[in-house]
Design a protein around this ligand. Structure first.
Ligand code: NAP
Length: 292
């Protein structure tokens, strides 16, 4: 029997939702200038949304703006470190001033790099948790406060990771933070549904892209052929994640809230009858013996 894996999706530019689904809507995307955030932002723009990009680096903001503008959509951006609630509020002010109060918040920004837990510095731990968990909360809170004041509905999509459930050897900081993000989806969905605010999670599987940090790229390079390591026999295509995000935040998913949707070709459910030999994180990363 041939094993061909999961079929390729429709081409870039196709969309499942009706054209103009987000006409008149504004979408605020943290980290929307790179990688998955930009791919998600682009799919919202393709469906008519105006997009606001928030992150720290000017070159990332410019790249995000360029990708959205190329589609003929309205776009604006502001530098923002999501760890700082005041900068978050200022970015929302800029979004309201230049576009509108965002109807959708995509909490995509996060930080990550692989490191054996025994080598992880307190600063590394704090930084990743601060960006991924605290920053996500500060943005969600800012978005909700503004909608509660205005009496308007809204939708939040928090980008997570499947090691929120399974643990993530080599990524203790990020896995713990993403577990917090998933839990936060469930809490906030209940707290804010009475005000018309949906809160969902979106978990990408492996979606390689050129903006990945050298650390992460290096780690992937060591698992030489990514496709055969996936049950789908392929990695994710960026547009597949964008389509999932635009569905979750759309009028067609209004009754979906508190849910975390995993888009990973079943990789996180993978179990084997015969497990391969254990390789420590140190060995996977080509590190020598612990000398701390
Ligand atoms: P990425 O390319 O490294 O992008 C991270 C983004 O977050 C950047 O645009 C960065 O922009 C922004 N950011 C980082 N720290 C920030 C801060 N303190 N304040 C504001 N913005 C900040 O990551 P990615 O691979 O596209 O991943 C996007 C999301 O998907 C993340 O939540 C990640 O955990 C999740 N994910 C990705 C994969 C994958 O295969 N790629 C798999 C599972 C989960 P600045 O540098 O300009 O601030």
């Amino acid at each position: 029997m041939r094993t061909t894996g999961l079929p390729e999706p429709p081409p870039l530019g196709a969309h499942a939702l009706p054209a103009g689904t987000y006409e008149g809507s504004t979408v605020f995307v943290t980290g929307g200038g790179t990688g998955l955030g930009r791919a998600i932002a682009v799919e919202f723009a393709r469906l008519g949304a105006a997009v606001f990009v928030a992150s720290r680096k000017a070159e990332h903001l410019a790249a995000g703006e360029e990708a959205i503008r190329a589609l003929g959509a309205r776009v604006a951006s502001a530098p923002c470190d999501i760890r700082d609630p005041e900068q978050v509020a200022a970015a929302f002010d800029a979004c309201e001033r230049e576009l509108a109060l965002p109807d959708v918040l995509v909490n995509n920004a996060a930080a990550n790099f692989p490191v054996p837990a025994e080598d992880m510095s307190p600063n590394a731990w704090r930084t990743v948790v601060d960006i991924t968990l605290n920053g996500t909360f500060f943005c969600a809170r800012e978005f909700a406060r503004r909608h509660l004041r205005a009496g308007t509905p809204g939708s939040i999509v928090n980008v997570g990771a499947s090691y929120a459930w399974t643990g993530g050897p080599g990524f203790a900081h990020s896995a713990a933070a993403k577990a917090g993000v998933k839990n936060m989806v469930e809490t906030l969905a209940v707290e804010w549904a009475p005000y018309g605010i949906q809160v969902n999670g979106l978990v990408p599987g492996l979606f390689p892209h050129d903006d990945m940090t050298e650390d992460i790229k290096g780690n992937l390079a060591r698992t030489s052929d990514k496709d055969v390591c996936q049950p789908a026999l392929r990695v994710g295509r960026l547009r597949e994640l964008g389509w999932a995000a635009t569905f979750l935040a759309s009028p067609y998913a209004r009754f979906v809230s508190g849910h975390t949707l995993v888009v990973d070709g079943a990789n996180w459910q993978r179990r084997t009858l015969t497990n391969p030999p254990v390789v420590t994180v140190r060995e996977q990363m080509g590190r020598g013996p612990f000398e701390g």
